[in-house]
Design a protein around this ligand. Sequence first.
Ligand SMILES: NC(=O)c1ccc[n+]([C@@H]2O[C@H](COP(=O)([O-])OP(=O)(O)OC[C@H]3O[C@@H](n4cnc5c(N)ncnc54)[C@H](O)[C@@H]3O)[C@@H](O)[C@H]2O)c1
Ligand SMILES: O=c1ccn([C@@H]2O[C@H](COP(=O)(O)OP(=O)(O)O[C@H]3O[C@H](CO)[C@@H](O)[C@H](O)[C@H]3O)[C@@H](O)[C@H]2O)c(=O)[nH]1
Length: 430
Amino acid sequence: MDVSIVGSGYVGTTVAACFADLGHDVVNVDVDEDVVASINDGNAPIHEPGLAELVEENAGDGLRATTEYSAVRDTDVTFLALPTPSRDDGSIDRSAIRAGAESLATALSSKTEGHTVVVKSTVVPGTTEEVVGTALEAVEGNTLGENVGIGMNPEFLREGSAVEDFLDPDKVVLGWETDWVGEAMRAVFDPLVDRADPVVVDTGIREAEFIKYANNAFLASKVSLINELGNIAKEFGVDSYEVADAIGLDHRISEHFLRSGVGWGGSCFPKDVDALRAAAREVGYEPELLDAVVAVNDEQPERMLALLERHVDVDDTTIAVLGLSFKPHTDDIRNSRAIPIIRGLTERGATVWAYDPVAAEEMREVFPGVSYAASAAGALDGADGALVVTDWPEFEDLDEEFDAMRTPVVVDGRRVVDRRDGLIYEGLTW
Ligand SMILES: NC(=O)c1ccc[n+]([C@@H]2O[C@H](COP(=O)([O-])OP(=O)(O)OC[C@H]3O[C@@H](n4cnc5c(N)ncnc54)[C@H](O)[C@@H]3O)[C@@H](O)[C@H]2O)c1
Ligand SMILES: O=c1ccn([C@@H]2O[C@H](COP(=O)(O)OP(=O)(O)O[C@H]3O[C@H](CO)[C@@H](O)[C@H](O)[C@H]3O)[C@@H](O)[C@H]2O)c(=O)[nH]1
């Protein structure tokens, strides 16, 4: 099939490269000329395991990129993978979705055969119809349900394992109201369904929009709940990881998303939980539980700093921060827990030596005054304390590197360092 993807960010590039790999002819449309050039040169514009190989293999063949919206006319289905960032009140900014839909409306107005426009971005219920449907119909020559149709297909990939998650999902959610739109959406996913056999959930557009928020709100709440249990467990001298292993055996709880520590960050959980809270308030519902989920998460970095202060008077000391990305295997630092940690340290008068295998340059833009080491050993050398913020696998191998610290105080926010003699070790929730 001929498929177009509008937006070549984390989601758009992954989806475009994977669809091309599954045999579709894919064109990726983005306003950023550098991103477009990068894809056409066979280079992935973002760091994501397996993506570089897919872009290199398919560029110039089943995958091309362009800044021209007119390219979508020659495709059957268009996915909108545009950003939906938070506004100050937590609600989503729909301007990129609106701008994309308006450009699509013009590009599709001369087309007579049915073209399906699918929202892949995370949007609050009603957005697909109110923003995309309205923009499409505003241009003469477009009639919803006739030459153009709208659908909603939320994306559940995780950064750091985006390609793997997209190609082997638990479920594919297809939100649609018109039969031919549903058929077109199913046809795009047929090669993926043949290969990975996920459950396909056919549902309404608003339900599909809500499923995405419910999914993320549930997972974020699960992590905040295990963090709260972990905070309590620590006060009792109880190892919350042993507790999590045991409760995770109950299939009603499951072992996933039970890693307690410094909390959740990234481009999705904070934005999506805030958007759901704001949307709830708009319709007159007070989301008390979700408010508490956020409050627990906001407190975890402070708890980590307080644990450090049990052992080190932080003012005028040098503290190593290990891990800057919001999770391992990505260079994304959006809402990384390292940000409040570094801010808290500098406010307390510490000199920070930070290290991350891939995200240091991104963090340098946020904190230009911080020193960035070329290795974990470099950050630890001579430090008065170390905070482990991201669970990069290489931190599991650290051992004698801690001996080069001036005082070997390690506060572990992700349970990656082994407790041993010679280390003053504090686990955040164990
Ligand atoms: N990042 C994730 O892991 C993830 C996972 C699932 C869902 N989502 C959702 O998917 C959506 C996209 O997220 P992302 O992380 O890929 O965003 P992103 O910021 O990485 O990428 C967005 C891309 O859209 C481009 N763009 C902006 N305006 C445009 C326009 N008018 N026309 C064409 N291109 C335009 C930008 O240049 C950028 O390349 C969001 O709604 C997000 O919540 C993200
Ligand atoms: O047991 C856990 C699991 C995760 N996290 C943290 O939670 C955050 C989010 O992690 P993860 O969900 O793995 O990464 P994301 O890329 O943010 O993916 C989430 O957000 C995406 C965007 O909406 C969705 O598509 C995914 O399904 C959803 O998992 C990170 O800071 C993790 O460190 C924990 O603290 N403990």
